[in-house]
Write a protein that binds this ligand. Structure first.
Ligand code: COA
Length: 694
């Protein structure tokens, strides 16, 4: 094993190269190695300047997240930074790849910063539930002013080198070899006898700052950051930089940092970080299986989903043909796509040139022969088995051999769809979420015969399309929608038992969901579920409790927002409680002999959320999800589950599976068979284990 920090001297410059693959995280060895290297450079008579650089694909990409929550070990990062600031010889940070978090804080402490054009810098700690804890919130405002610092720290998005140079974060962009460029820069600094520049001494930009800046900033994030701890402390810490001398500010920052570090939110967000990466790993795929290259795509169906899916391909630079049987539907679909892009341009989230580029990559056709050469085709037609089978039979005849035949079904049997082709190995589910050009989740669904190559291709495709892909097995509703069933059922039962739609929505929005079930149903349209329920009515056992409330609202023509009324009455998009709905609910309760009562917010959350956990356990037990954390990813990226709770399965573990089980058993006694505890939940809870414990 090589040293985590390698020391070399070239032309009078000591080069400290961090070698801690894959991303040069600041583990204990790296921290100690940096201090050791600086001590050595200080004492080395040959050396009159120092360059800190990363080996491999990146500069230091941050603290070692795997050390979070464990007892900290010496030397701490602030000690490394103190050592840099104590250097009498100039220290230059040489950046490539991603200089993030603690890595960027190291760079901010150096006297100068140079980078290659492709580098990115940033403080993404907020995404992990913490704030920069080693001076980022104190030094960055001193360098670029508090407003720009807030813009980088609060959303946590990195910025490209060119922008960093413009802002004054970087001192130079190196073209060509970074190491040589940085050594050259360091030698120039020495030759010109430039005085050492420490960011800690730059106080001009943090003096006389109007406190209103911070109040306004707080207001501007109020909606998005609701429920989170870290974004607020990011602002508090930057504000402290404008009020306190640096050493006191650093202390304050550290306090906020540890408060976040000790919070359950940090644990949940770190869980989400690793879960997202873990989800990419498919244990039963042979190591040598390679995804097929996707250079062209086709989408069947130009409706809302089809159009959104096509936009994904175009955004990723992949030409895509949309097939639609009628010219009218095709033109309408293409028109919607253009309008969606135009809205993004108007809002400033997309450049006109990017829109033009994307639109050029999208074309329409009415003939299957025209899409035959595409590497992948995604079917996004009406959610009905007969229609899907017909489409796949046609695709089987027209698509070139080896093309991936994907279906965007959200519930239907992949194997039955695959059976309408002679190449079931190439058939797979790619379940996008609406709006497909926005939502991050891609729930890939493997059929019994999907080949490893097909699976690998759609997982890689997810990354190409900048989605978060998760692999599910084939069952009714797969992972996400199968779990949603119980959630919606209980929300509806709660109405009959005494809650109002607004009480249920409010309790779940307080819990952290972006939107409660009734506002969400009204937005999505109640008619879709109504149609599905009517189709499945004959399968429902007669003695099973069933809430007819939603059906009755539909019978009244209340399909949700689009008809101005659903579970609420709408003025524009604003929902108002509606006595007419209350009547329907009361009537339904009366018919079923349900006595209405006061229902607490706690019960609402448990009644709606525990079915997710219980069904999740069944999904895990059946192998539909590979691991519990995959289920969390589905809910975080596809269903607006609050990231600071880590996903339903993680959340349940934090409560304690034994406690969750006890509550579920209580509900089972009162409400009957829907609450039959999952075998796996019982097994894990009774053994005192979590989902992953062996
Ligand atoms: N600490 C420990 N491990 C880390 C890490 C960190 N800071 N950053 C990344 N890794 C690990 C990942 O878990 C992954 O491990 P795996 O291969 O075992 O799954 C591996 O490094 C590669 O990361 P990945 O995200 O898959 O690579 P990428 O090239 O797509 O992205 C980064 C690289 C650095 C941009 C991305 O990993 C990232 O954003 N990391 C977090 C940076 C951060 O938040 N730093 C501040 C910490 S306070």
């Amino acid at each position: 094993m090589t040293d985590p920090v390698v020391y070399a001297v070239q032309d009078g410059v000591a080069i400290l190269t961090v070698e801690n693959p894959p991303v040069n995280a600041l583990s204990q060895g790296v921290r100690a190695g940096l201090i050791g290297g600086l001590d050595k450079a200080d004492a080395d008579a040959r050396v009159n300047a120092v360059v800190i650089i990363g080996g491999g694909r990146t500069f230091i990409a941050g603290a070692d997240i795997r050390e979070f929550g464990k007892p900290p070990s010496q030397p701490y990062l602030p000690q490394v930074l103190e050592r840099i600031e104590a250097m009498k010889k100039p220290v230059v940070a040489a950046l490539h790849g991603t200089a993030l978090g603690g890595g960027f804080e190291v760079a901010l402490t150096c006297h100068w910063r140079v980078a290659v054009e492709s580098a990115q810098v940033g403080l993404p700690e907020v995404k992990l539930g913490v704030i920069p804890g080693s001076g980022g919130t104190q030094r960055l405002p001193r360098l670029i002013g508090p407003k720009l610092a807030l813009d980088m720290i609060v959303p946590g998005n990195p910025i490209p080198a060119r922008k960093a140079l413009e802002l004054g974060v970087l001192d130079e962009i190196v073209s060509g070899d970074l190491r040589a460029g940085a050594v050259g820069f360091a030698r120039r600094v020495v030759a010109e006898k430039r005085p050492l520049r420490l960011v800690r001494d730059m106080n001009e930009k943090v003096s006389n700052v109007d406190p209103a800046l911070f109040e306004e900033y707080r207001k501007s994030i109020a909606r998005k950051a609701k429920g989170f701890l870290a974004p607020w402390h990011c602002i508090d810490a930057v504000e402290a930089a404008t009020k306190l001398p640096i050493d006191e500010g650093l202390k304050k920052e550290r306090e906020y940092f540890f408060e976040c570090m000790d919070s359950p939110q940090r644990k949940a967000q770190i869980h989400a970080f690793f879960a997202e990466r873990e989800a990419q790993k498919i244990p039963d795929l042979p190591a040598d299986v390679k995804p097929k290259p996707i250079k062209s795509a086709a989408v069947v169906g130009a409706g809302t989903m089809g159009g959104g899916i096509a936009m994904n391909f175009a955004n990723a630079g992949i030409p895509v043909k949309i097939l639609e049987v009628s010219q009218e539907a095709l033109s309408r679909g293409l028109g919607v796509i253009e309008k969606n892009y135009a809205t993004s341009v108007q809002r400033g989230s997309m450049k006109q040139e990017a829109m033009d580029r994307a639109m050029k990559l999208i074309s329409g056709t009415q003939r299957y022969e025209d899409i035959g050469e595409a590497d992948i085709v995604v079917e996004a037609v009406f959610e009905e088995m007969a229609v899907k089978k017909e489409v796949f039979a046609k695709l089987d005849k027209t698509m070139k051999p080896g093309a991936v035949l994907a279906t965007n079904t959200s519930t239907l049997d992949i194997d039955e769809i695959a059976a309408s082709t002679k190449r079931p190995q190439d058939v797979i589910g790619t379940h996008f979420f609406s709006p497909a050009n926005v939502m991050k989740l891609l729930e890939n669904v493997r059929g019994a015969k999907s080949s490893p190559e097909t699976i690998a291709t759609v997982m890689a495709l997810g990354k190409t399309l900048k989605k978060v892909p998760v692999l599910a097995g084939n069952c009714d509703g797969f992972i996400g929608n199968r779990m949603l069933h119980g959630y919606l059922r209980e929300a509806n039962f709660l109405l009959e038992e005494g809650a109002t739609p607004q009480q249920v929505d409010q309790a779940l929005e307080e819990f952290g969901l972006a939107m409660g079930p009734f506002r969400m149903s009204d937005l999505a349209g109640l008619d879709v579920g109504w149609r599905i329920r009517k189709g499945k009515a004959h399968l429902r056992p007669k003695d099973e409790r069933y809430s007819p409330v939603a059906d009755r609202l539909c019978e009244m023509g209340r399909f949700g927002q689009k008809t101005g009324a659903g579970f609420y009455r709408y003025e524009g998009r604003t929902p108002h409680p509606d006595p007419a709905v209350e009547d329907v609910i009361r009537q339904s309760a009366k018919e079923q002999g349900i006595e209405r009562r006061q229902i607490s917010a706690e019960e609402i959350v448990q009644r709606c959320m525990y079915p997710l956990v219980n069904e999740g356990a069944k999904i895990l037990e059946e192998g539909i999800a590979i691991r519990a954390s995959d289920i969390d990813i589905v809910y975080l990226f596809g269903y607006g589950f609050p990231v600071y709770r880590g996903g339903p399965m993680f959340w349940a573990e934090q409560i304690g599976l034994d406690k969750v089980l006890a509550t579920i058993r209580g509900f089972h006694k009162i409400h009957g068979k829907f609450w039959e505890p999952a075998k796996l939940l019982v097994e894990r809870a009774e053994a005192g284990k979590g989902w992953n414990d062996r």
